[in-house]
Design a binder for this molecule. Structure first.
Ligand SMILES: Cc1cc2nc3c(=O)[nH]c(=O)nc-3n(C[C@H](O)[C@H](O)[C@H](O)COP(=O)(O)O)c2cc1C
Length: 218
């Protein structure tokens, strides 16, 4: 069982959020997972150019940077942990730039069958918009969201305990293939929505059309 932590802070190893999220990984590791971290601060991930090539020939992108390395790791993991500080009630620009590059993961729900979790920190501790967004992004990609932990500028002992417990829960969800019924309903509704668009745009988005056909989703 592989779990990937994607850390969106520009502060890399010095990030408070990363220190917090490491507790999630410690819990997951103690529950038997193999864990890996990707610091987006150490990766070149440019902005999406909206050329739609990833819809035409699914999963291709003409921007020659390092986004594909992180995306491939997401595809190869059983679980993904998103760690980001709250920047203006959102994820950091680094993390959003990565998400914008995952349009094909969203249209084709390529994280279906996987699980996600999140850790967020901020000055104010008002992190709900960010944790909600990360849950929504995970489901957009098809992954069920095991939960999140959140803190002000430093996690309390209780917060660290909650993070460790979340790591154990994430690993347990992966092992048991837990079904969160409400989340699966949302994922299936979204798939029907994209199936309709992909059917209409068959000529432009032939790669995604083929993927949906192979999956029997049309
Ligand atoms: C550009 C920027 C925007 C921020 N926006 C917010 C915000 O909207 N709300 C908040 O409570 N804290 C905000 N903060 C504070 C950070 O979320 C906080 O310091 C965080 O713990 C830093 O985490 P890190 O060490 O993982 O980078 C902002 C900080 C920066 C640099």
């Amino acid at each position: 069982m592989k779990i990937l932590l994607i850390s969106g802070s520009p502060r890399g190893e010095r990030s408070v959020t990363f220190a917090f999220a490491k507790e999630i990984l410690r819990g997951a590791r103690d529950a038997g997972a193999e864990v890996e971290t990707e610091h987006l601060s150490g990766r070149k991930v440019g902005f999406c150019h909206a050329c739609e090539s990833c819809h035409k020939a699914a999963m291709t992108c003409h921007i020659k940077d390092e986004a594909h390395i992180v995306i491939l790791k997401m595809l190869n993991a059983d679980g993904v942990v998103f760690a980001t500080p709250n920047y203006v009630n959102q994820v950091t620009g680094q993390m959003k730039a990565l998400f914008d590059r995952t349009s094909n993961l969203i249209h084709c729900q390529r994280l279906l069958g996987k699980y996600a979790a999140a850790a967020v920190s901020s000055g104010s501790g008002n992190n709900q918009p960010v944790t909600d967004y990360l849950g929504s992004y995970s489901r957009l990609c098809g992954a069920q969201f095991s939960g999140s932990v959140s803190c002000g500028h430093a996690p309390s002992a209780e917060g660290l305990k909650a993070a460790y417990a979340l790591g154990i829960k994430l690993a347990a969800d992966i092992g048991a293939k837990t079904v969160y019924e409400e989340q699966m309903k949302e994922i299936e509704t979204r798939r029907r929505y994209f199936a309709e668009i992909i059917r209409r745009r068959k000529a432009d988005w032939d790669g995604e059309y083929r993927y949906y056909t192979e999956k029997g989703w049309l």
